[in-house]
Write a protein that binds this ligand. Structure first.
Ligand code: NAD
Ligand code: APR
Length: 232
């Protein structure tokens, strides 16, 4: 394959599955225990903040029990070795990409280990549990913190930077995402319109697998390291 000069990679819950974090839409997925409306919308948070805090506290706590896997490490190593332009966009709110060493990384759906203050608007590091009595580390307001997570009906983060990279890339790789949630699910079409080759690496075909230029079927820990080696 011709050497590529600019790569954008999109990851979803599937890349962290083999680290022990459940995906959203699998039979035993995260959304099976809760409705999206209850735990992943601004309206759900207004209705029952305690439930939403408990949901994200449990997920935040789990991060201490899981480790990056071979797919996360392969991406970090690729970023080090690749001489062209590179951007990793993740829909995941875990911190496994950065713990593996990825640096050129956008968390478009937010981060579990950050808190946002509804009063002063600041975003700060947040490792422990959060509740209605938590105090903003910046403005000291009590009861104004929420998880720094992009919920349904909210705008994903850093879309300008992402679309800019998509418009310039010549290779787009989607890893472990079902392709159900927009705008991320439409990124491959943006890249394709810019002339990029589009590749999906997934355990099972996502919504749009048949219209990617190339699809590979298997677990991320074996597919990702092997595929990235072919690019160097
Ligand atoms: P929606 O209209 O509320 O969400 C879509 C919009 O939400 C997108 O344009 C996106 O900009 C925004 N968004 C921001 N942050 C998001 C985040 N973290 N996760 C998801 N979206 C985010 O929702 P919709 O169109 O009703 O559903 C979007 C997809 O989600 C559907 O295609 C559906 O497959 C899936 N969904 C699944 C379940 C379930 O599994 N039980 C329930 C509802 C929706
Ligand atoms: N290796 C590779 N892919 C895997 C693996 C694995 N070991 N295990 C599961 N997968 C794949 C599944 O085949 C599926 O296509 O991961 C994908 C997970 O899909 P979803 O659970 O829908 O997760 P994702 O696409 O990341 O969800 C997108 O939706 O709920 C919102 O904001 C949330 O960021 C999330 C967004």
């Amino acid at each position: 394959m011709a050497r590529c000069k600019s790569v954008v990679i999109l990851t979803g819950a599937g890349i962290s599955a083999e680290s022990g974090i459940r995906t959203f839409r699998a039979a035993d997925g995260l959304w099976e225990d809760h409705t999206i409306e209850d735990v992943a919308t601004p309206e759900g948070f207004l209705r029952n903040p305690d439930l939403v805090h408990r949901f994200y506290n449990a997920r935040r706590q789990q991060l201490g029990e899981v480790q990056p896997n071979a797919a996360h490490y392969a991406l970090a190593e690729f970023e080090q070795k690749f001489t062209g332009e590179y951007l990793l966009v993740t829909q995941n709110v875990d911190d496994l990409h950065e713990r593996a060493g990825s640096q050129k990384l956008i968390h478009m759906h937010g981060e579990l280990l950050k808190a946002r203050c509804k009063r002063c608007g600041s975003v700060s590091a947040w490792c422990g549990s959060m509740d209605g009595a938590s105090r903003c580390p910046l403005c000291s307001a009590v009861g104004s913190l929420r998880p720094h997570i992009v919920w349904f009906h909210e705008m994903p983060l850093e879309l300008d930077r992402i679309y800019n990279a998509l418009s310039r890339c010549d290779l787009f790789i989607s890893i472990g995402t079902s392709g159900n949630v927009y705008p991320a699910a439409g990124f491959f079409q943006e890249a394709s319109a810019a002339g990029a080759r589009t590749v999906e690496l997934n355990l099972e075909p996502g919504q749009h697998a048949s219209i990617f230029d190339h699809f590979e079927n298997g677990p991320a820990t074996s597919l990702v390291p092997a595929y990235l080696k072919t690019l160097l």
